[in-house]
Design a protein around this ligand. Structure first.
Ligand code: ADP
Ligand code: ADP
Ligand code: ZN
Ligand code: ZN
Length: 740
């Protein structure tokens, strides 16, 4: 077959300097280079955006007349694209109805299996679906959880009816009195002394006619409460009643299906002694073994499909998940890998798959599995494009594009194109760093004290008690799913709330926030402009009267497309400058406020000389963010960049405990040295630093290591090693040790 290429000529998005390149189709191409060099500008802003725009062009003229014109990426030509599928780290939403099983389509195959060979036979595959009325538990509508009220909030069992045992909130006095008026009970008997029958009548009785009552029906207290408050949409209650009742309503496992989400018919049907809910609750590798043991000939094709798909989850290192795990509890890296499996299961060909650092969250042991899956996607006839820093992934690419030479305005060029051997021989930041090996530290800091975690059992933790040393750098290691996040982000943080958490979650919900506002630099800049021009500082805020009235200071206008993702266009009034013309006329040393917001951190260091501002800018520079512009909306930053901005603004604290979750995310090999310098500086300044990390350079730089394992899920959850990196080398049972 003739090799085809995706052609890009003269690309100029963001910092790109007339970039031209040819990417081989149906191959794996990796984009690498320092953060800010322009990888995303090529891959997402140019290639993926153009593919999206072309998709729009396929709509009929009629539909397109409702759509804004999708902006064309800034490039002379982009040719020969295929349909693009972005497999990113955005969390999988979808609420509790979306599980690992449903998003990978494995749940539907499992249902087919039960409908074919389940005993006793119950019916079609949809009879096993918790999203289908035929299969869902009627009590909780397939949610597995249900709002209910604790009995203790309805009745005081230490009292009799005459003493006021009925305490249910939200009921009128008359309604509470019914029980004593009914004549069914001994009104002086304490509830605790009731027989089972009496209690049943008091609490659960269905409505029955009763003429001797102020109301002519009698119903059990729980029955009444459920009917009046639980079974109804809480929003329809009066605010006063809602206020009384709401504090007592709790979400708990559904009492009917015990969380299995299915109705009794579905739950009585078994294959190899397991119900479909049992199978969905197993970890994937266990389930795979059970499925392999199914020998009924009529199920053979289903077993084959099921085995293949479960195998994909195992191969990508997610064998510790269960199919019933809600997708909104997965981490970014886990979400990306689950999405990947979904595509491996599908049958699309000639698609352009685009990945953003798929190695995140993977232990070095598991990276080769990722490579195999990327190769599988390619071998199905797809083009695979990956932004990645991990040398073990770069090594396996068919084609490598190295961007640089540096970040921001000093980047935006292709510094190398070709295979891995060629990259090693090139004098680029990537080429040079791939050859360098960081040595193990010679001496390790001594702990100044201990922060204990005691009897931790959250998620898979097996009653873990461990001490985290203070005054040193501790790195938590272990394969994915071994329990690192459970130990630190849940157990440790719930016992030591004073810790400063520096994670990858997004920084702000306001679309007007940017690095300058987040770090407080903007306040000083506004004051400087006001002083230099003898004007009101408020003018220079794009939240206030100086803002462009057309875009309210956003610089862009949004068009909501309803059924499609909305589109954002530069504001026509200010051209993206965000301020009114009269505000833009004021200058500070020849620059307008918009010019200043357009400066990179690097440029601003040379321009804004105020002492406070200098130290904040320097902190941003220290964490490798020289290339960020001060006015770039925080909503456009990646998870790794968000984490580094948080780090920069927390650096000045002393005597603190810092917790970081994979801070190397998004960092090029050459930036990791800087990150290590910052961590060391924090520790030398008297702080305690705790880092969850897979990167071997960070592990080598630790003073203390806590290795979790031995494997993921219920085969993990234990501390398998504690000690210095040097001692870890001797720990034969540790997988991390092998890779060090
Ligand atoms: P990489 O993916 O290699 O980290 P990017 O392509 O994201 O680099 O960024 C290249 C340059 O373009 C950087 O200077 C970055 O700050 C700038 N940039 C990226 N996205 C935007 C944006 N939405 N608005 C303004 N500048 C941006
Ligand atoms: P690591 O951080 O080492 O990758 P985690 O602490 O995230 O490991 O996960 C440990 C185990 O706990 C895994 O089996 C994982 O599936 C499970 N787990 C993690 N978070 C949740 C959750 N929110 N609900 C249920 N199980 C969870
Ligand atoms: Zn239920
Ligand atoms: Zn505007």
């Amino acid at each position: 077959m003739v090799q085809e290429y995706i052609e890009i000529r003269g690309a100029r998005e963001n910092n790109l300097k007339d970039v031209s390149l040819r990417l081989p189709k149906r191959k794996i191409t990796i984009f690498t280079g320092v953060s800010g060099s322009g990888k995303s500008s090529v891959v997402f802003d140019t290639i993926a955006n153009e593919a999206q725009r072309l998709l729009f062009e396929n709509f009929s003229m009629f539909i397109r007349s409702f759509l804004p014109r999708y902006p064309q990426p800034d490039a002379d030509a982009i040719e020969n694209l295929s349909m693009a599928v972005l497999v990113d780290q955005k969390r999988l939403g979808g609420g509790s109805q979306s599980t690992v099983g449903t998003v990978t389509d494995i749940a539907s195959v499992l249902r087919l299996l039960f409908s074919r060979i389940g005993q006793p036979y119950v019916g079609y595959a949809n009879a096993f679906s918790f999203n289908d009325p035929a299969g869902m538990c009627p009590e909780c509508n397939g949610l597995g959880r249900k709002i209910g009220i604790g009995l203790e909030a309805l009745i005081d069992t230490t009292k009799s009816l005459n003493e006021g045992a009925v305490i249910a909130p939200g009921l009128a006095n008359l309604e509470r009195d019914i029980y004593a008026h009914s004549g069914f009970f001994d009104n002086d008997k304490k509830i605790a002394d009731y027989t089972t029958e009496e209690l049943d009548l008091l609490l659960y009785s269905e409505p029955r006619k009763h003429t001797g009552l102020p109301y002519n029906t009698y119903e059990g207290l729980v029955y009444k409460f459920n009917r009046k408050f639980v079974a109804r949409d809480i929003q329809t209650l009066s605010p006063r009643i809602r206020q009384q009742v709401e504090p007592f309503l709790k979400l708990g496992p559904c009492p009917h299906c015990k969380g299995a989400r299915l109705n009794q018919a579905a739950l009585s049907c078994k294959v190899k002694g397991y119900t479909i809910a049992d199978m969905a609750a197993m970890e994937v590798d266990e389930l795979l073994e059970v499925v392999k043991g199914i020998t009924e000939p009529e199920a053979a094709p289903i077993v084959r499909t099921l085995t293949e798909r479960l195998q994909h989850l195992v191969e990508i290192g997610l064998e510790y998940l269960s199919l019933d795990r809600p997708t909104d509890t997965l981490s970014g890296g886990e979400s990306q890998r689950v999405k990947m499996v979904k595509h491996l299961n599908g049958s699309l060909v000639d698609v352009m798959y685009i990945f953003d650092e798929p190695s995140i969250g993977l232990h070095p042991r598991d990276v080769h599995r990722l490579n195999e899956l990327l190769e599988k996607l390619r071998d199905k006839g797809n083009t695979v494009i990956v932004v990645e820093h991990d040398p073990d992934v770069i090594k396996r690419a068919d084609y490598i594009v190295d961007m640089g030479p540096y970040a921001g305005s000093e980047g935006g060029k292709i510094v190398y194109e070709g295979d891995f051997t060629g990259l090693l021989q090139t004098d680029t930041l990537t080429g040079n760093h791939l050859l360098r090996k960081r040595p193990l530290k010679e001496s390790f800091r001594q702990a100044t004290g201990d922060l204990p975690i005691v009897h931790a059992t959250v998620n898979n933790l097996q009653d873990v008690s461990v001490n985290i040393p203070t005054g040193v750098l501790t790195v938590i290691t272990g394969v994915a799913g071994s329990g690192k996040s459970s130990l630190i982000n849940e157990a440790f943080l719930s016992q030591h709330q004073e810790a400063v958490v520096i994670d990858q979650s997004s920084l702000s919900t306001s679309s007007r926030s940017n690095p300058a506002t987040y770090t407080g630099i903007m306040d000083d800049v506004r004051k400087a402009f006001a002083a230099a021009n003898n004007a009101d500082a408020g003018l220079f805020s794009f939240n206030s009267k100086g803002a462009c009235p057309n875009c309210q200071g956003l610089g862009v206008t949004y068009t909501d497309l309803g059924f499609l993702e909305g589109v954002k266009l530069p504001c026509e009034a200010c051209g993206g400058k965000r301020f009114k013309d009269e505000v833009l006329a004021y200058t500070l040393n020849g620059k307008s406020i918009a010019d200043v917001l357009n400066m990179t951190v690097h440029q601003a260091l040379a321009f804004l000389k105020m002492k406070e501002v200098q130290s904040k800018l320097q902190a941003l520079s220290d964490v490798g963010l020289d290339y960020l512009t001060l006015g770039q909306p925080l909503s456009t930053l990646s998870g790794g960049e968000c984490q580094r901005i948080k780090l920069a603004s927390e650096l000045h604290k002393r005597g603190s405990i810092y917790v970081m979750d994979e801070p190397t995310t998004g960092l090029h090999l050459s930036d990791i040295g800087r990150l290590l310098t910052i961590m060391n500086r924090l520790v030398d300044g008297g702080n305690t630093v705790i880092v969850i990390e897979h990167h071997l350079d960070v592990i080598r730089n630790a003073d203390w290591i806590i290795d979790m394992g031995p494997e993921g899920g219920n085969k993990g959850g234990m501390v398998i090693f504690e000690g210095t990196p040097r001692e870890l080398l001797g720990a034969k049972h540790s997988l991390t040790s092998k890779y060090l």
